[in-house]
Every structure is written in structure tokens, then in C-alpha cells.
Design a protein around this ligand. Sequence first.
Ligand SMILES: NCc1[nH]cc(CCC(=O)O)c1CC(=O)O
Length: 316
Amino acid sequence: MSKPTLPEKVVIASRESLLAMWQAKHVQARLQQLYPGLVVEILGMTTQGDRILDVTLNKIGGKGLFVKELEIAMEAGQADFAVHSSKDVPMQLPAGFTLAAIGEREDPRDAFVSNRYADLTALPAGAVVGTSSLRRECQIRSRFPQLVVKPLRGNVQTRLRKLDEGQYDAIILAAAGLRRLALTERITSLLPTEASLPAVGQGALAIECRADREDLLALLAPLNHPETAACVRAERAMSRVLGGSCQVPLGGFAEVVAGQLQLRAFIAMPDGSNMLQITLHGPVDEPEMLGQRAADALLQQGAANIMAALDDAHPG
Ligand SMILES: NCc1[nH]cc(CCC(=O)O)c1CC(=O)O
């Protein structure tokens, strides 16, 4: 196989939120460092997911809403590749697209943000916690049934404003997003992964391009962080088998522990009942197999009943 000629100019497709733009600029800077002659432009786009802010994401179609416009731009040749938070990338990419690189993961944890309380255990009964993630909601409700979980949408800045206006006693956000936006001081405390298992892909960037663009695959290969990629691939394989989307309250988090891939995962009902959990280990070079095994183990424990109950609640 001959080496593809690297492009001289590339266009990055990105959502226009501050977080997405930070991520695109981060990749732009990395590429310019690696390839000093390369021209790297960013094409900012508004997606359907950004426009529909008033409905809980689960009810309107999930993750695909944040990436579809970017894929259309790549299809049309207006952009070469897209930079995403791995967490926002649907488990099943459309035909013809691939993840060219998964960047090194930063803090995967969820952050507790409050102007009055130190952490979840300090909240009085009836306190209102904001999150629109079924995963965060069911983990809070299972541990703290006396708390009230209320939907919270919008970009990171909007969510912080709603907290500051007093609409919530506390909110939960990804630590990685706050750190990237230089809002680390808003993190009141961090939820250990044992207490709040992160979303599949949380804290890692993913770069998506057309699978037939060998020039881009070669250009982007140095941005891939093999250890993070193995972890995220295991998490995504697990979630894919369980129909992973925002509609299913599930979490998955893999780490390399003593040279082995360790995957922890859970699935539960949104009210925190029926919490099924699993921890499995496997070789780092076979992440998808570990993900599949974890999903099988959860199915063995009764995950299908949870998925069926959720289907009845939200048909289609
Ligand atoms: N759902 C939106 C989203 N997608 C990625 C992040 C954070 C950054 C990351 O996980 O890489 C966030 C914000 C949040 O959940 O608080």
C-alpha cells in the first residue's frame, strides 16, 4: 500500500458552542504543531440539537442531532473532519464514516456544582438537582431518593446561569467541559467514578471523517491516543449492544489497570431501581470483545427487561 499524500489544507466542522469551539481549536493547534505548513480552518455550524433547547434531549432523538449537520458538511465536501466530544457521538456511525482518532482522555468524572452546598451528601431532603442525563439522574436517585432531580438543558454557560439564578440547589456537569472552558473554579466537588459512573466516552475527544479519506486517516493518526482509544472503544461496544443512546440510563467507564483493560458498566431504571452493575477485565488489544462481554453479562442480569420497560415508556 502506498502512502497517501497529506492534504495542504483542511477544514474542521464544529458545533458553535464555546465548548465545541474550544475542542476544534485544540485540534487545530495540535495539527499546526505537527504540520507547520498545513492550513487548518474551522467551520462553525449550528445543529438541530443546539436549536431545540426546551425539550429534554431524550425525547427528541438523542445524540445524532448534534452530529448530523457536521456529517452532511463532510459528505458535501465543505469540511474534511469533525471534532466531537466522544460522549456525543452515536454508537453506530452512518455508513461511510469512521472515527479517525480518539484523543487522550482528561478528567472523566462528573462534577457537583453548587453555590451553597459542598456535595450531594450535604443537600437537604427536597433539594433540587439539575441534570437532563438519565445516567446522572438514576445514579443520584438510587443513592439519594430524598432529592428532587429536575431537567436542565442548554450549553455549559446556560446551565451555570440557571444554577446562579436559583432554579436549582446544585447541578451536575462533566468536569472535562468545565476545565476546557477555564471554569474549573465552578467545580464545587468531584463525584468519584464509583458514585457516578461516567458516560461512555466522557472526557475524550473524537475525530470523525469519511472512511475513504486515506489522506485524513494518515494526517490524523498521530492525534490518536491508543490507551484512551481502547477504553472508549470498549465502552462504546458495550453501549452499542444495549441500544445506547440518551434514552437508556447507562454508564460505562474503562481504564487500563495493571496492563489490562478494566470496564465497569451499569444500566438501571430512571428512578434508580433495578441497578445492574458489572466489572470485567480483558486484553487491551481487544476492547470491542470486552464491551460485548460486559453487555452480555448485563443482559444475563436482566438488562433486556429494563430496555423493554423504557421502550414502553417512550415508544419509537
Ligand atoms: N452533553 C454535552 C456534553 N458533551 C460533552 C460534555 C463535556 C466534555 C466531555 O465529556 O468530553 C458535555 C457537557 C456535560 O455533560 O456537562
